[in-house]
Design a protein around this ligand. Structure first.
Ligand SMILES: NC(=O)c1ccc[n+]([C@@H]2O[C@H](COP(=O)([O-])OP(=O)(O)OC[C@H]3O[C@@H](n4cnc5c(N)ncnc54)[C@H](O)[C@@H]3O)[C@@H](O)[C@H]2O)c1
Length: 358
C-alpha cells in the first residue's frame, strides 16, 4: 500500500515536531508532502527542514493542489476548527490538535462536517490520554479495582510566560478552556458527559496585564452525582510539574502528583479489591508506556505519548478506522471548558453544559 500523503497547517514548535515525528517514525504509512503557514518568515525558515514537502502560504491552495490524504492541524489553540471542518468536508483523514474547538458554533460545525464527510475520520490529538500512568488508571478502573469514581481532580499548572514572545495568544487565553490535557484522562474512566459547571477566575495578579487570567478553577457535575474539579493556571510562580490527577472511587483511590522541587512525580494507588493493596502503594509507572519504550525512545514528545498517538493513528489509517480518539471523545473533553469560561464571566454561576449530540 502506498503511504498516505500528509500535509500540515501551522508550523510553530508543535506543528514541526508532530510532522517530523509522523514522517520519520512511520514513513511506510505517512509521507510528508506539504507544509503550510501563513507567516512567510516561518514558512521560509521551515522549508529546508522538509525538502520533500511543497510549501504553501495559503491553506486552501494546499488543499486544492497537494492531493492530501491526511491533514494535520497545528494552528494556535483558538483557531483549529475551520481547518478541520474543511478537511473533513473534503473527506480527508484529519488529525486535529487540542482543544478541538474554541466555540459552541465551531463544535456544531465540526460535528456536522464529520458526520457528513464522504470518507476518512477525525482523530483528536489528545496525547495525555496515552501516558503510561493514565493507561494504568484506565486498567485499574476496567478491572473494577477503583469501583465507581465519584470525585476526580485534575490540575494543569504551567507558567507559560517564557512562551509569550513566540506564541502571544497564550498570554490572554482563558486557561480553563485548555482542559483536554486534564479532562481527557479522567473522562476515559466514565461514560457520563459532564453536564453542569461553576467556574471562578482570579483575573490578573502576577503580571497584572489586561485580559490576563492567572488561574481558573471549575467544578463540573455529571448526572450520577460525580464531581470533577479542574484548576488551570498559565501565569504563576508555582514552579511545580504540570499535571496532577486524583480519583476517588467506591473501592479505591488513584493519585498522580506532579514534581515538587527535588521530589519527582509520584503515582500511588490503593484498592480494597486487590489483596495487599489496601494501603496507599507507589506504582512505578511514568509517562512512558513500557510496551512502546523501545520504539519511541528516539522520537521524544511528552514522554513518548506523541509517538503513541501517531502509532495508533497509523494503525487506524491502515484499517480505515475507527479513530483511536474520536471527535466525540475530543468534544467531551473540550466543550466543558467553553461552558466553564462562560460561568466565570458570570461570576461563577452554575451553567448547564450541552453537546452537539444532545
Ligand atoms: N498536545 C500538546 O501537548 C501540545 C503542546 C503544545 C502545543 N499544542 C497545541 O498545538 C497548537 C500549536 O501550538 P504552537 O505552540 O506550535 O503554536 P504557534 O503559535 O507557535 O504555531 C501556530 C502556527 O500556525 C500558524 N498559523 C496561524 N494561522 C494560520 C493560518 N490561517 N494559515 C496557516 N498557518 C497559520 C502561525 O503562523 C504559527 O506558525 C496549539 O493549538 C497548541 O494548543 C499542543
Amino acid at each position: 500500500m502506498a503511504p498516505f500523503r500528509l500535509g500540515v497547517v501551522g508550523l510553530g514548535h508543535r506543528g514541526i515536531h508532530m510532522f517530523e515525528l509522523a514522517t520519520t517514525a512511520f514513513p511506510e504509512t505517512l509521507q510528508g508532502v506539504a507544509i503550510c503557514d501563513n507567516n512567510e518568515e516561518i514558512l521560509k525558515a521551515t522549508v529546508e527542514k522538509f525538502p520533500n514537502a511543497t510549501p504553501y502560504n495559503d491553506f486552501y491552495e494546499m488543499l486544492d493542489k497537494a492531493e492530501l490524504d491526511v491533514l494535520l492541524v497545528e494552528t494556535p489553540a483558538h483557531c483549529h476548527a475551520a481547518f478541520c471542518v474543511e478537511g473533513r468536508k473534503r473527506g480527508l483523514f484529519v488529525f486535529g490538535e487540542i482543544p478541538c474547538v474554541a466555540t459552541l458554533e465551531e463544535a456544531d460545525a465540526l460535528w456536522q462536517a464529520d458526520a457528513n464527510a464522504p470518507k476518512g475520520f477525525f482523530m483528536t490529538g489528545a496525547n495525555p490520554n496515552e501516558w503510561g500512568f493514565v493507561e494504568a488508571l484506565y486498567s485499574y478502573y476496567k478491572q473494577g479495582l477503583l469501583g465507581k469514581p465519584y470525585y476526580m481532580e485534575a490540575e494543569y499548572i504551567h507558567d507559560c510566560r517564557y512562551l509569550w514572545p513566540s506564541t502571544p495568544w497564550r498570554r490572554t487565553m482563558y486557561p480553563i478552556t485548555y482542559c483536554t490535557h486534564s479532562l481527557g484522562p479522567l473522562l476515559r474512566i466514565t461514560d457520563e458527559d459532564l453536564r453542569q459547571v461553576s467556574c471562578m477566575d482570579t483575573g490578573a495578579w502576577v503580571e497584572g496585564g489586561e485580559n490576563e487570567h492567572d488561574l481558573m478553577t471549575a467544578h463540573f457535575h455529571a448526572p450520577s452525582g460525580l464531581v470533577v474539579r479542574f484548576t488551570a493556571s498559565f501565569i504563576n510562580n508555582a514552579g511545580c510539574g504540570h499535571h496532577s490527577y486524583r480519583v476517588y472511587g467506591t473501592e479505591g483511590y488513584f493519585e498522580r502528583l506532579s514534581s515538587r522541587g527535588q521530589q519527582k512525580p509520584i503515582t500511588t494507588f490503593n484498592s480494597k479489591k486487590l489483596y495487599g493493596f489496601d494501603k496507599s502503594t507507589i506504582v512505578s509507572i511514568e509517562e512512558q508506556r513500557p510496551e512502546f519504550e523501545a520504539r519511541s525512545k528516539n522520537f521524544g514528545g511528552h514522554g513518548g505519548a506523541d509517538f503513541v498517538l501517531w502509532y495508533t493513528f497509523a494503525q487506524a489509517l491502515k484499517e480505515n478506522g475507527p479513530a483511536p480518539i474520536s471527535l466525540k471523545a475530543g468534544l467531551r473533553m473540550t466543550i466543558p471548558g467553553i461552558f466553564a469560561r462562560e460561568s466565570a464571566k458570570q461570576g461563577g454561576k452554575l451553567v448547564d453544559i450541552t453537546y452537539p449530540w444532545d
